[in-house]
Structure formats: structure tokens, C-alpha cells
Design a protein around this ligand. Structure first.
Ligand code: CO
Ligand code: CO
Length: 329
């Protein structure tokens, strides 16, 4: 589905809600949040997709890391999960399904999250993912619309997954590159989320299908905040730059760009860098807004905790010419 299609389909519908809904369907956030009591809210999210790597175990790990990520992006801790499986049993057989589920379970264990059920159907096309429920204190929920003037933006994983996957399909990516991108996609955003919990973070989301600029656009769309991104500061896998300059850019990157074109000034950068910044990510990193005076300390702490690619990539302001806009320099 193209970005915007879902918005159009939902346009005009009203959704049942109540006063305990802290984050609902209206703000394009990572997950829904529902307040249970004064000190507990549930974070609920679901994510599933078709395979992005050949190895079934790795696919399971990546799908689980991706599904868990939205809980981390809301500042919560995942607690329970359920499998979602659409599987061509005759074509692929039980062993493949077993490997996928085992990969998912490995990541759930790492996330200290229990699998409590699921649902599977026979389907011509394999799809796997999870619904995940997490806990968060109602006052500690991190939303995507919280940026304030002066905040710095921090990204915790390098870009390039979509481009490298496109090159993989074309048979161009080396085994080393494939294994590097696989490990990055399978990496949980757990440590990043736990680390930022001791800082006064103003906004958070994770970078997935809309690409860095698409998710950033959701953070500033129709707000009084604008953002300047320093393209050279954005962590990007060198292989992704190489493949993008050879033209291995997924269709999703172009759709992301067309959808948000009006909000983003890319006139100062090359088309290759622009494509990388719109590249759809699978299980990408967290994108964090943090007051300037804490941004360096948070970035250093992230790196010290093992989030090695963490970098400050830009800043938010309330410049009149930039409200609701993104400028790349
Ligand atoms: Co998300
Ligand atoms: Co999601």
C-alpha cells in the first residue's frame, strides 16, 4: 500500500474511543496506548510482512524485532506477544514454519516477552509477524509529536536496509553485506529504549517503512516545529550508498518521497542521498528528540551501551519559514 492510501480509506470514519485512550488511531503513532490505572498503561501494536531475507530463522528474528520495536518507540517494555502466521504449508512444509517461529521466539526471549498465543491460516504467500502488548507508566509514554524548539534529533541505526535488500534480490550484495544488514534488522531497540528512559526525551518513533524522512514528517506534520537534518551526520551503511548510486532503489523510496515531497526541501543534496533518506527500513532504529543540553550525553551513553551507530542528525526549531517542514543540508 502506498503511504496515504490508508488515510484515504479511513477518511470520514469515526472510531470508538474513551477517556483512557492515551494514544489512539488519530496521530499516526507507533502503537496504541490505553490507561489501565494511575501507574499502568498498555501499549498495543501489531506488525507482519512477507519475507525480506531467504533464511527462515533470520526472517523470524527480524519480524519479531520489528514487531517489538513499536513498544520500545513508545517508551515501554514489551510483556506478551501473539504469533500471526499466513503460510503455504504444501509449498514450504512444517520445517520452514518451525524455523521462522523459532527465530521469533529467540528474539522474544531476548526481549523478556512471553508468547501467549497466536493465529495461523493457510495462504499462498508467506507472512509472519506478531501482535505485542507492553507496559508503560502513563506519564512516561513517548509520542512522536513531542518535538520542541532547540531539540536535537538522534538516530540509533544506520539507513540502507531497503536499498541493500533490493541489491540482494538483484544478486549483487556480498554475503558479508547480507549478514551485516540481517544482524542490524534483527537487533532489538531494547537497549536504546532503556537507555533513553533516564533522559528527558521529548519525542520518539522508530524508522520503518516510510523511511527516515517519512517518519520525521509524521513528527512535524501540521505542527509549529520545523527540522533541519545534516545529511552528512546521518548514519548510512556505505554499501547502501554504493547500491543507491547504481540505481538499486526500492519503489517504496520513491513512493515515500512523492507522498512527503511538499514538506521536505532536498534541493541541497544529491539524488542518491535523497533516495537513502527516503529508503524504507525494516526494523530500523529509534528516532529520538532530546533537549540540546542532554543530546550529547544521551548519544555517548547509547554508544557506550552498544548502540554503536547512534548519532545526532539534526535539530528542531520554530523558525517561521520552516513550520511543519524538513530542510536537508
Ligand atoms: Co513504528
Ligand atoms: Co508498526
Amino acid at each position: 500500500m502506498s503511504p496515504g492510501d490508508l488515510d484515504q480509506a479511513l477518511c470520514g470514519l469515526s472510531f470508538p474511543g474513551d477517556s483512557n485512550v492515551l494514544v489512539g488511531i488519530g496521530t499516526a503513532d507507533d502503537a496504541g496506548v490505553y490507561k489501565v490505572s494511575a501507574d499502568l498503561a498498555l501499549i498495543q501494536t501489531v506488525d507482519f510482512f512477507t519475507p525480506i531475507v531467504d533464511d527462515p530463522f533470520d526472517f523470524g528474528r527480524i519480524a519479531a524485532a520489528n514487531a517489538l520495536s513499536d513498544v520500545y518507540a513508545m517508551g515501554g517494555a514489551p510483556k506478551t506477544a501473539m504469533n500471526l502466521v499466513a503460510f503455504p504449508m504444501k509449498k514450504l512444509g512444517k520445517e520452514v514454519l518451525r524455523e521462522i517461529l523459532a527465530g521469533g521466539i529467540e528474539k522474544l526471549e531476548e526481549a523478556e516477552t512471553v508468547l501467549i498465543g497466536g493465529h495461523s491460516i493457510e495462504d499462498n504467500e508467506l507472512k509472519y509477524g506478531l501482535s505485542v502488548t507492553g507496559f508503560v507508566h502513563p506519564d512516561k509514554v513517548l509520542i512522536n509529536r513531542g518535538l520542541r524548539p532547540g531539540d536535537r534529533l538522534i538516530l540509533t541505526k544506520p539507513l540502507g536496509a531497503g536499498i541493500i535488500n533490493t541489491a540482494m534480490k538483484g544478486g549483487l550484495a556480498s554475503l558479508e553485506t547480507i549478514s551485516k544488514i540481517t544482524e542490524l534488522m534483527a537487533e532489538l531497540n531494547k537497549i536504546a529504549s532503556e537507555t533513553l528512559s533516564s533522559f528527558p526525551v521529548s519525542a520518539c518513533t522508530d524508522v520503518t517503512g516510510f523511511g527516515l524522512l517519512g517518519h520525521l514528517a509524521e513528527m512535524v506534520f501540521q505542527t509549529d516545529i520545523g527540522v533541519v537534518i545534516e545529511s552528512r551526520a546521518v548514519p548510512v551503511l556505505p554499501e547502501a550508498m554504493e547500491f543507491a548510486s547504481m540505481g538499486f532503489v526500492p519503489a517504496g523510496a520513491h513512493r515515500n518521497r512523492m507522498f512527503r515531497e511538499a514538506m521536505v526541501d532536498v534541493s541541497a543534496i544529491s539524488p542518491v542521498v535523497r533516495d537513502v533518506l527516503f529508503d524504507p527500513q525494516t526494523s530500523g532504529g529509534l528516532l529520538i528528540g532530546c533537549p540540546e543540553q542532554f543530546a550529547l550525553a544521551l548519544t555517548d551513553r547509547l554508544i557506550a551501551e552498544g548502540v554503536e551507530y547512534a548519532a545526532i542528525i539534526g535539530a528542531a526549531d520554530d523558525n517561521n519559514n520552516r513550520k511543519g517542514k524538513i530542510t536537508i543540508v
